[in-house]
Design a protein around this ligand. Structure first.
Ligand SMILES: NC(=O)c1ccc[n+]([C@@H]2O[C@H](COP(=O)([O-])OP(=O)(O)OC[C@H]3O[C@@H](n4cnc5c(N)ncnc54)[C@H](OP(=O)(O)O)[C@@H]3O)[C@@H](O)[C@H]2O)c1
Length: 284
């Protein structure tokens, strides 16, 4: 029986990146839909769960993407509400690559630090990827500074991740002069800012004696941390271990393909932040 994936995107145009990744992950028939909302998703899900017998439903799965992480999260909840009894299929949510990219970045950091005893700063912590990096680090017991140019946006991101967590700290960094205070006492820095946004230099991070790992997820020049190369993969520069966007990206792509493959193992799995991170454990 063919492996069919419903590719549901909250943006008008379904992502070609997600479509190609699905096919590379072993999907045999891809059905892509754009402009998917919590209202029109119900008939799409019903079409998926009522066409094959419960015993065959593991051959159908759903991928939720788009550039709006909150819209994708709402869609995921609606999809799950539409299931009942054995009438369900496995689902992966990875809007803007948030869960696979963040999981790969945290796996890289965890190779060098005990996360439950560490502290992190996530630059661009309000974006889809930054929010998921912060969430997965927090779930691993790490203290996290969620950094934004605006304290209000940093506070809103912390509230959206987990309003009750004492491990999250909203922090504003509006000028390069703020870097020293932000990096003070931090073991790992993850730059998850918009493409082409530079936050600081590696040299400036070296001035902060606590930083041991620096990860830059931005592949578009200028890079987020000047001095890190895109292809860096555990390159040691002084006492800092560096990862660049492509250095993390290889693991991210392997993880994306692995989770797509896992979707077809049973019909009841849900891959969101923590479950995607757990799946990365098989690839370390
Ligand atoms: N390596 C990989 O495999 C991979 C995969 C996917 C994505 N990525 C990369 O991961 C990064 C994050 O992706 P995303 O979609 O989460 O990014 P995004 O939403 O475009 O931006 C993230 C945050 O960057 C901050 N920002 C925007 N413009 C800025 C500026 N001029 N100066 C300082 N900060 C600025 C904003 O925070 P505030 O407004 O709150 O300051 C924004 O919330 C991107 O560089 C993307 O290309 C890498």
């Amino acid at each position: 029986m063919k492996r069919i994936l419903l590719h549901l995107d909250t943006d008008p145009q379904p992502s070609s990146f997600d479509a190609i990744s699905a096919i590379d992950g072993g999907v045999e028939q891809l059905l892509s839909y754009g402009n998917v909302t919590p209202v029109n998703v119900v008939s799409l899900v019903q079409g998926a769960i009522f066409t094959r017998s419960p015993n065959d439903l593991q051959n159908t799965a759903i991928f939720i993407g788009g550039s709006d992480i909150d819209a994708a999260q709402t869609l995921l909840e609606r999809v799950r509400e539409t299931f009942f009894g054995p009438m369900r299929v496995s689902v992966m949510m990875d809007a803007s690559g948030c869960n696979t990219t963040a999981s790969a970045a945290v796996v890289c950091a965890g190779r060098h630090l005990k996360l439950s005893e560490s502290s992190a700063a996530v630059f661009g912590g309000t974006g889809p990827v930054g929010r998921r990096v912060a969430r997965i680090l927090m779930s691993s017991g790490c203290r996290v500074k969620v950094v934004s140019r605006s304290l209000d946006r940093a506070r809103a991101a912390c509230a959206a991740i987990d309003s009750g967590s004492k491990l999250l700290q909203p922090v504003a960094m509006s000028s390069p002069e703020d870097l020293h205070t932000v990096a003070e006492g931090v073991d790992v820095v993850v730059a998850a800012g918009a493409a082409g946004v530079k936050f600081c230099s590696l040299k400036a991070l070296q001035a902060s004696s606590s930083v041991k790992v620096a990860i830059d997820l931005n592949a578009v020049p200028p890079l987020g941390i000047e001095g890190i190369e895109s292809g860096d993969k555990a390159r040691e520069v002084g006492r800092i271990v560096c990862y660049g966007a492509l250095g993390v990206g290889g693991l991210k792509m392997r993880l994306h393909h692995h989770v797509i493959d896992q979707l077809f193992e049973t019909n009841e799995q849900v891959f969101d932040a923590e479950t995607t991170f757990a799946a990365a454990g098989n690839l370390r």
